[in-house]
Design a protein around this ligand. Structure first.
Ligand SMILES: [Mg+2]
Length: 307
């Protein structure tokens, strides 16, 4: 488990940091000048290896889960990031999603943690999906129903619409299958099928029809959207995983889709890390990752806590 936690979290953080300099760049621009390596500066003018909110919020959750699931503690950690730059590379908060920001402000103003996430249809940005990975390690021995129930609650802290819940649940189902040792294609297939069972009465499941299609892998790149919409981010990540053969290839494909490059990268990178293993992540990237030792220590502390 220790290696899988490290691989998933480092895979996520490194992909995030590779996407940060090109977040919001158009696909056309990246087609002309693709990302081929970890670079610095760009969109947020940060040095190479700088990860963003995706990884910060993932680390908040990972750290909090050491004591079990405590919604208030998770929101306290998100607030500490939002107000004080906790869980960031350089004590600086430079990238906060709108839905996440509204949820944290509601929490600071006294709402119950489970009432903070947006409930409207347009509250379906990818802000819960990009931070949900630690739940897979935490819930790996649970049933699909139990996983769905707890992932939904943790997602709802910032994103409380069923569409976001389903995306997070599918993602965690796939991650759990990978942690249990399934091959990539089988894990994706099983994860999506488990969601079909859990959400069989739910109309919103139709939003994921493309993922359910056996031909999804062959979707043309121009029909893969890399915006911050949660359904698109999940689709883009799975499409990148299905159409590549290594960690490096998967996350470069993801980042070079452009637009919400860091999050599409991070969501892809978490699963790619678990499947291909930490040793598959190029060392030149791991070595440049901001606060690498801190992240590895946090991963190991978490693994100890769930034994
Ligand atoms: Mg980000």
């Amino acid at each position: 488990m220790k290696n899988k936690v490290r691989a998933g979290i480092l895979g996520h953080a490194i992909a995030d940091s590779i996407g940060v300099p090109v977040e919001f760049k158009s696909r056309d621009e990246l087609n002309k000048n693709p990302v081929l390596d970890m670079i610095g500066f760009g969109t947020y003018n940060q040095p190479e290896g700088t990860w963003s909110d995706d990884t910060t919020m993932t680390l908040c959750l990972l750290d909090s889960l050491k004591k079990g699931v405590d919604y208030r503690d998770i929101m306290d950690k998100f607030s500490d990031w939002f107000n004080n730059g906790a869980y960031t590379p350089y004590n600086e908060t430079f990238d906060v999603g709108n839905g996440t920001q509204r949820a944290i402000i509601r929490y600071i103003n006294g709402s119950h943690p489970l009432d903070c996430g947006g409930i409207k249809e347009n509250d379906n940005g990818n802000g819960a999906l990009m931070r949900i990975l630690p739940m897979a390690f935490y819930l790996v021995d649970n049933t699909p129903i139990e996983i769905a129930r707890e992932v939904t609650k943790v997602a709802s802290l910032t994103h409380n619409h069923i569409r976001s819940h389903i995306a997070c649940v599918i993602y965690v189902f796939i991650a759990v299958c990978l942690i249990r040792g399934l091959k990539l294609g089988d894990a994706i297939d099983t994860g999506v099928k488990e969601a079909l069972v859990v959400y069989k009465e739910e109309k919103e499941l139709t939003k994921y029809d493309r993922l359910v299609s056996p031909d999804f892998k062959n979707t043309k790149r121009e029909n893969i959207d890399s915006s911050g919409y949660v359904v698109s981010t999940l689709e883009a990540a799975i499409w990148c995983l299905l159409n590549t053969g290594s960690y490096e290839e998967a996350i470069l494909k993801a980042v070079n889709l452009g637009d919400d490059a860091d999050t599409v990268g991070a969501v892809t990178g978490g699963l790619a890390g678990i499947f291909y293993g930490a040793e598959s992540i190029p060392e030149k990237w791991t070595n440049k990752l901001a606060r690498k030792e801190y992240i590895i220590n946090l991963c190991d502390e978490f693994t100890e806590s769930i034994k």
